[in-house]
Every structure is written in structure tokens, then in C-alpha cells.
Design a protein around this ligand. Sequence first.
Ligand code: NAD
Ligand code: DAU
Length: 350
Amino acid sequence: MAANKILITGGAGFIGSHLIRLFVNNYPDYHIYNLDKLTYAGNLENLKDIEGADNYTFIKGDIVDEQFVKGLFAEHAFDSVIHLAAESHVDRSIKNPTEFLFTNIVGTVNLLNAAKEVWAADFSDKVFYHVSTDEVYGSLDDGGYFLETTAYDPQSPYSASKASSDHFVRAYSNTYKLPIKISNCSNNYGPNQFPEKLLPLMINNIKQNKPLPIYGKGENIRDWLYVVDHAKAIDAIFHHGKLGETYNIGGFNEWKNIDIVHLLCKVMDRKLGREEGTSAQSITYVQDRAGHDMRYAIDAKKIMNELGWEPSLQFEEGLEKTVDWYLENEDWLENVTSGNYQKYYNEQYS
Ligand code: NAD
Ligand code: DAU
């Protein structure tokens, strides 16, 4: 594939930074452009180890700015796009849905238009790869799994905005024959995740002996995948996935929230030299998330069978690595939890 100039959006965020690292290190013949607005969730510290690489360029910018996006495509004539930039936190979408509409929907359409325009002469060897979420499928209340063919049924402002962006990407494939790929992944965990999401928030609170806020009864179920395995899945789909297709990504690794937090407490007690059971005493049941989806579970057989991808890490091993990273990177945690984070935290958990 002659995909030399690749635009990755949202590369300073959690998943994007792991994807950028993988592409910059594994594909020296590609040039990777990282377009990121650097919102509260974007952090160039995540990419310190590769920021000087010859095949990497950072561009600060907002995908909601139509003229800026058009100008960028006109200047660089990217061969491919891997689009991750998004507002990604469900709780924030409940507080401020409009921002999700702008970045996740308008931003995606701006990128689609710019790609369509600059590639108009020739779509061959081009790919617009849209990174999405399993939350577009809604909530599973009993057995069963999300398949690529499961009807969309988004339940939160976040998932509604991601579902809408997926529909636009498919509409551009159908209407304009834009060469697209989409993947829908389950919950990621690992280093560099902003501590508003369940695991890093709990790690930070355990470290500081703060209450561990469990929404509702803690019986909601999520399907967890190590972030580097998600990045490897994107790599496999980008290079070998079929155009126009959707691939579900997940680890067949379902956990009730309360069980995963208990396991985390146990791991952290051991690493912090505390007596087993100490951290779990801080578990506190708090008001449930509005419209809280009960269960997500991905059937990932398509990517496994067609592309040979599978998760490389067992969950317990991934969790150990994640906890080690947060304990070894106290500065990172301190930097991202200073300033506005306290304001967000107080509003969310008061
Ligand atoms: P994140 O919030 O950590 O990072 C998002 C990045 O996008 C940040 O660097 C931010 O600065 C950037 N960004 C936000 N608005 C922007 C704008 N208007 N213009 C340019 N850049 C902007 O998110 P994440 O968890 O890394 O998720 C990345 C993508 O993967 C998202 O599209 C998300 O929907 C999807 N996803 C996430 C998960 C998960 O568990 N985290 C699972 C499945 C899919
Ligand atoms: O499924 C993929 C999605 O996973 C991604 O698309 C989203 O970007 C990502 O944020 C994540 O969404 P969730 O809402 O599942 O993740 P979060 O970490 O916010 O919450 C995980 C579960 O833990 C959920 O059931 C709510 C619960 N929770 C969360 C927080 C922050 C708590 O019980 N207490 C908390 O303090």
C-alpha cells in the first residue's frame, strides 16, 4: 500500500499516543502527522520518546475548524487518515452534550469533506479509517454479544455522537465511494489514560487513600482490552482490513465494575506494601450515572478469523503493567490532575 503520509487525529490522547508510537517506530517509510487540539485530554508528554523522530510531525489544531482542516489537507495531501480525535468521556457528555456534537460529528464531517476534496482525482490507495466505540450498539441486558451487524442503539450523548459520526463515514462511502474502514472497540485500559475514566481514577484515589466511587451497585459490566492491543488491531485493519468494512475489537474479557475494582485494590495493596483488604475499605457506592448502560460485550471473531489479530496480554498481566506505569510516572499523574481536574472532580463527585 502506498500510504506514505498518514494523518492521525487525536494522537496526543490515550489511544492515539499508543497508535502514533507504534506507527512511528514500526513504519519508518511512513510520515506520521499527529493533528490534535490538545484539550484537557491531550498531552504531548505522552509522546516524549518519539517527538524527535524524522518521520513524525505534530500539528496543533481543531477538527471543528473547517477552513483549517481544508487548508491542512491542501498543504499536505495526506494519503490516509486514521481518525481518533473525539470528546471521549460519557460523564462529560452528560454534562455538556453540545461539545460532543461539534467535535465528534462536525469534526468528523470536516475531515471527510477535506479528504473527499483532496482525493477527488483518485481514490486508489487511499483510506479514511474511523475509530469508533462499542457503545454505539447500546446496552446488553443479558447474554449475547455485539456483532458488526448489531443495530445501532446509542444511549448517551457520547455514544449518540459517535454513532452519528459512524453513519456519516458510511454515508460518504455509499454516496461518494470514499474508501473507508471503521472499527468499534470495547473499553481500553493501560498507561497514559486520563484519570477521569474508571481504572486510572481508582488507581489515583487508592494511592491517595481517597474514596473509591462506584456508580450504582457496581454491577455494570465492561469488556476490557489493553490499549496496545487496540493499537495493534488498528494496525492490522489499516493494512489488511477490507475497504468499506466494520471490525469489532474486544478481548472477550468481561468484568463487573465492583469486581474489577476489588482486583485493582488487591494488586495495589501488594504493590504499595499494604495489608490485603486495606484499599477496598475505601470503596464507596455513589449516585448512579444517568442512563448507565448495563453491559457491553464484543464478539471479536471477525477480526480474529479474518486478520489473525488477538489480544497479546492476559488481563491480570495488563493490569499489573498499568499499575506499575502509574506508580512509576507520578509526575505525569500530578501534572494532569492539577488545575482544572480538581474542578471537574469536585463537580462530578461532590
Ligand atoms: P482521549 O479523550 O484520551 O483523547 C482524545 C484526543 O482527541 C485528545 O488528545 C484531544 O486533545 C483530541 N481532541 C479532542 N477534541 C479535538 C478537536 N476538536 N480537534 C482535534 N483534536 C481533538 O480519547 P481516547 O480514549 O484515546 O479515545 C480515542 C478514540 O477512540 C475516540 O474516538 C474514542 O471514541 C475511541 N474509543 C475509545 C475507547 C476507550 O476505551 N478509551 C474505546 C473505544 C473507542
Ligand atoms: O466501551 C468503550 C468506551 O469505554 C469508550 O468509547 C469511551 O471513550 C470510554 O470512556 C469508555 O466508556 P465507559 O463509560 O464504559 O468508561 P468509564 O471508565 O467512564 O466507566 C467504566 C464503568 O465504570 C462504567 O460502568 C461507569 C463506571 N464508573 C466510572 C467512573 C469514572 C464508576 O463506577 N465510577 C467512576 O468513578
